[in-house]
Design a protein around this ligand. Structure first.
Ligand code: F6R
Length: 265
């Protein structure tokens, strides 16, 4: 099996693994180190979590390490990137349910330290709820880590492609958004049909994501190859949200498998 290969694409630090297993193990190892370093430095680790298909293996590895006594999330606090809106937490399609299945229900993280945007807030209170989420992250001292996946349209969290200037896009707060047609199309996998997809969501803003002290962008599979190449080699533009990660390149690592890296050249 070929070994992982580190790449520099423009200013970005990119690590290409032979397969998704090895990429996921790299991400899990880094998360474990970030938790250990943050807990040693300030008694807690503040982790931004992602959902979707990509991080499932990472959460499986972290859960296995906790079960084996090799890792503890006792001193961790988590903030998830996003949640459908509106949705009940017990709905199996909610990201709260996803996190419970893949991580929270399997590790020693305290339930009252796991923050997920609330898909049940009344719409008139959504903006204040989102602003409060940003204030909680700040009050916690900011994110030690943000784990990200990338949408086929380049979205990070549910910060969808936009025609805003880059500096305005980079300053976007946590808020209620409409999902992009590509995001809706990809969500049919979970919801069963386009009509069943909940077309809005609460998402962590670009500002909080970019402020994280460390960012892991994990992308696997051939379907991600074109957008990964655009984000890393095309212009930095809000039309390709993940390209904006290059404005904080020294804090970001892109962990890819070979299929996702196929268009990097
Ligand atoms: C999930 C999220 C999204 C996903 C992205 C990739 O919390 O914020 O940005 O990371 O849509 O999804 P998958 O991994 O399912 O391809």
């Amino acid at each position: 099996m070929p070994a992982e290969r580190p790449l520099r694409v423009a200013d970005a630090s990119v690590i290409v693994h032979p397969d998704a297993e090895s990429a996921s193990k790299d991400a899990a190892d880094r998360i474990e180190r970030i938790v250990a370093d943050a807990v040693a430095a300030r008694g807690k680790a503040v982790l931004g979590m992602a959902t979707g298909a990509t991080p499932e293996k990472v959460y499986g590895l972290l859960a296995a390490r906790v079960a084996a006594g090799a890792l503890s999330l006792r001193d961790a606090t988590t903030y998830n990137l996003d949640e459908y809106y509106p949705i009940q937490p017990l709905d199996p399609l909610s990201y709260r349910s996803y996190m419970h299945r893949h991580l929270f229900g399997r590790v020693d993280l305290a339930a009252n330290r796991a923050h997920i945007l609330d898909g049940t807030v009344p719409e008139h209170a959504a903006a204040e709820h989102a602003a409060q989420f940003d204030r909680w992250i700040e009050a916690d001292g900011g994110l030690d880590l943000q784990l990200l996946g990338i949408g086929r349209n380049g979205h990070i969290g549910f910060n969808e492609p936009s025609d805003l200037p880059v500096d305005e896009f980079a300053a976007l707060p946590t808020r209620l958004v409409d999902l992009h047609p590509i995001t809706v199309a990809d969500a049919v996998r979970e919801f069963g049909s386009p009509e069943a997809v909940i077309p809005r969501a609460l998402t962590m803003g670009v500002r909080a994501i970019l402020a994280a002290r460390s960012i892991i962008m994990l992308a696997t599979g051939a379907k991600k190859a074109p957008i990964v190449a655009q984000a890393l080699k095309g212009p930095i533009t809000a039309a390709v949200p993940a390209s904006v990660l290059r404005t904080v390149a020294d804090r970001v690592v892109w962990i890819l498998d070979e299929p996702a890296a196929a268009d990097l050249g």
